[in-house]
Design a protein around this ligand. Structure first.
Ligand code: PLP
Ligand code: COI
Length: 356
């Protein structure tokens, strides 16, 4: 963190809720730390950020977020090592992507010092909340939405930027079985698929509920044109290992440019694993499943880390993935988490030390 340039006022909570938390049994993103960072955009400029007790916020019913869905978010994690040092993973990439999302949704960009200094100050205020139990981390949710009023369908003139913290365990519990979607689409050319905007997720809930009723945890989205190409999952980019080659689809304006995805591609290269970033058809995956060359499928994302897929469903048939020992998913998960928790040297320069 640079020497403080922002005057971040801190209003502490009267009492802490931390005593009520069972850090050995953390769900994902369902309990929240004592404080949050709040910053308002008014009259064409960002006001000074404030740290306040976590709690309800007040908005007018005419705030444009409720009507036109101008909202964006990021997903990050903070990790604490054995010396109680706090680490982030490639946080400036999240900041850059936040502004890419902001620009697509006609929202103001947030300056890097507001994002980084705000986050680091908040993490210091609530550092006791960063879990150290195995598989847990502090999930960080920076978000921004239109707080300005009006029913006119046009961008708002006021926005709120908030960062909340949620000590969290694993995103998935148990095996991940996915359904390759054949009817609904998540995104389309020229759309907002690459932006982390609320509507992208709301639009997935109904098809995902239908998939859940059939016993799947996630949908794998295919292209909106003919549902023939594998794109990504609800909260993860997708990797497929056929033979010894690791394949993932190219990013585009339909797909989120995942930070875990690009880290995995770099780790694969460093480990002499052959990778292909190219269009991957459903037919190719089904053929590989049938002829025994499909070795692994896994999802990659901040919340999900690296989540092996145990089976996929396609056109009323289920295809089981083989159980692979020491597979690519294991290598990727171990390499990434060892760097995140400061268990190994970081030859990639991804780890970021939070000033304490
Ligand atoms: N794809 C979608 C739709 C996501 O929501 C996420 C999660 O952030 C990802 C992919 C993975 O991105 P990242 O690795 O940057 O978390
Ligand atoms: C993340 O991985 O951080 C995400 O944003 C996924 C989220 C929808 C839970």
């Amino acid at each position: 963190m640079n020497p403080s340039t922002l005057d971040i006022q801190i209003k502490k909570a009267k009492s802490s809720k931390i005593g009520q938390v069972d850090f050995n049994n953390l769900a994902f993103g369902s309990i929240f730390s004592d404080h949050m960072l709040v910053c308002d955009f008014k009259n064409g400029a960002w006001e000074a950020p404030k740290i306040v007790p976590y709690g309800p916020i007040s908005l007018q019913p005419s705030a444009k977020i409720f009507h036109y869905g101008q909202s964006i978010f990021e997903g990050m994690k903070a990790y604490k090592d054995e010396e109680d040092t706090i680490w982030l993973f490639r946080p400036k990439d999240n900041h850059a992507r936040f502004n890419i999302s902001a620009s697509r949704m006609a929202m103001p960009e947030i300056p890097e010092d507001y994002f980084m200094e705000g986050l680091e100050t908040l993490l210091n205020v609530d550092k006791q909340w960063i879990p150290t139990t195995d598989g847990s981390a502090m999930y960080i949710r920076p978000f921004m939405f239109a707080s300005g009023e009006g029913f006119h369908a046009s961008p708002a003139d006021e926005y709120k930027f908030i960062i909340c913290l949620a000590p969290s365990g694993a995103y998935f519990s148990g095996k991940v079985k996915v359904l390759i979607e054949q009817k609904y689409s998540r995104s389309a050319n020229g759309g907002v698929g690459y932006a982390k905007t609320g509507g992208n997720y709301a639009g997935q809930f109904h098809p995902t509920q239908l998939a859940k009723e059939k016993g799947y945890q996630q949908v794998i989205w295919t292209d909106d044109h003919n549902h023939e190409n594998i794109e990504e999952a609800g909260a993860m980019n997708i990797f497929v290992r056929i033979g010894d080659t690791l394949i993932t689809g190219p990013t585009s304006d339909r797909i989120l440019d995942g930070i875990t995805r690009k880290s995995i591609l770099q780790i694969a290269e460093a480990n002499n694993i052959k990778t292909e970033v190219r269009t991957l058809t459903v037919t190719e995956v089904v053929t590989a499943a049938n002829n025994g060359t499909l070795k692994e499928m896994f999802g990659a994302g901040t919340a999900a880390v690296v989540s092996p897929i145990s089976a996929f469903g396609y056109k009323d048939q289920d295809y089981e993935l083989p159980v692979v020992k020491d597979g690519y998913a294991d290598l990727m998960k171990k390499t990434i988490t060892d760097i995140q928790y400061n268990r190994v040297e970081d030859s990639y320069g991804w780890r970021y030390r939070v000033t304490q």
